[in-house]
Unconditional design. Sequence first.
Length: 595
Amino acid sequence: MQIKPRDYQNEALEALAKGRRNDIKRVVEETGLGAIFMAHRDELITQPAQKIPLVWPEATIGRVKANDNELGRQVTVASIQTIQRDSRLTQIIEAQEYSLLYIDEAHHATSTSYRKVIDAVSAANPNMTIVGLTATPVRSDATSMDKVFTEITYHKSMLDLIEAGYLSDIELKQVPLQVSIDGVPRQGGDLKSSEVRKILAIPEIMVSMVDAWKAHAAPRRTIVFAIDVAHANYLAQIFQSRGVKATSVYGDLDTTERRKRLAAFQSGEYDVLTNVGVLVEGFDDIAVNDAAPLSCIMLARPTLSQSLYIQSVGRGTRLAPDKENCLVLDFAYNSSRHHIVQLPHLFGMEDLPSPNAKKKIDEGEVIEVEHHIPSILAAVRDAQQVDIRKPPPRAGLRWAKSTNGFALSIGREHGFMLIRPTDKDPKLFEVFHLAPPKKDPDDDRAIPKSEDYAVHRLSQPLSFEWAFGLAEDSTRELHEARSQSKRMQKTRNLEKESGWMTLPPTDNQLRTLARTGEKPKNRGEATNMITALIVDRIIRDRKEHRTPATKKQLGWLRWKKIPIPKNISKSTAARMITDHKRKEEKKGQQELPID
């Protein structure tokens, strides 16, 4: 059987072709060179090997993983764990030259193992095209994807695909739990798993979760996302004890056993599959033997990661016969400290009401309110317009409004975060990290040159809420990676409710703002004003940086016999002239005779 690409897939192929990145069949046949499809999980290796023949029946496909070493084929599907080994990498490069390198779940491509393979294969053919495929082209650690990829060629949001009928609609049921997660610290940009498990992996809480599934989701075939391996196994046991057919899968499970359990789940032998780490990326559930479709995702752990949340939800949105929608069964936790991700955030909607909201009934009892969204598509259409003049309510850090969007100073070593609307659609936003250069010990300026900032785009266009969530996740990751040894949360000083913000402005702040005429009421307001000034200056100067130097500037530099870089810009020339004048002035001061 041969299948035809869907409309959005054809759009993606056309976008790739316009960007000189053609589809795999066309490029391999035209160049006579091979293609590599690389991923990090067994399921992600198996899928392309099975699906490429559906659109290209004549293709020869080889597998490189563990003991499999099928080289010299038109398409090589390879495990990153295997291909990054020196001996295997040498073999695959010597076997043939490659015109295309596809990377599935491409947000991993900046890691050391991926970069090793990318650099080696690219060195063998500098004209090779690298194509990344991912549902979440964002990284919470603020590592820039442009270290590997030069542009986002094509993007469709989950809402776009739901509206077009390529993904199922989503129903949300959120059940409150009588637990607080305020005491859980962050680690690696998310809640620390071992601490979350201490709170949630106790019998009464797990029974509450399972009973919520029985009340709201049964008999839907369900994937459960757990905290860790122990939690996944505990939950499976609780499901079984409550009369539900359930099993668990996880990364350390023997590959043969994992495949056996997945196959049993897909054939309907199990109603519930608990997992940790295995099914969050790239798993496509296909029901067999008349099994019911996968139509429920149960999120048994809170998370601060937008990427993790959307990947988890995405596992359940595949279309299937007789499937009305995908039910997302989520839980609410008492927390005034952590802004955990909720389904509405992915679609630019506001927070659901607090789980502490109460509802009185006739008998005088008070019960927790369970939140229900029957259709996320209908809810988004009915949602009120987002007020983009101020940060969304769930934003926890100190954002400054600038002419270019919203800016956040994240420290002298880290620079700034910038959230600004896209040129094509002012309702969509992009996240940028303005990273300063390393401090030059011979440079006495407090502020680096604008053109020396590295501007990294951290995302494709996002909804307003999601853009702030990503930017704040990235900021926390940057700070907490440096402070782990001190067991501190450096982002505390960046929070919008920090006590220092109410202090009087410093003398330095007042001097900086004197020429603007601004009169800040307190230190926090002054910081925001200065942040906006600096970020706007960086953006303005970088635009001017693309303007060629004037004849007058070039003449002055030649007169002073200063080497002139090729294609020097107007702003760079101005900076060089200023630097030279400053050095001459210092030199003159040092040469003054002493009385």
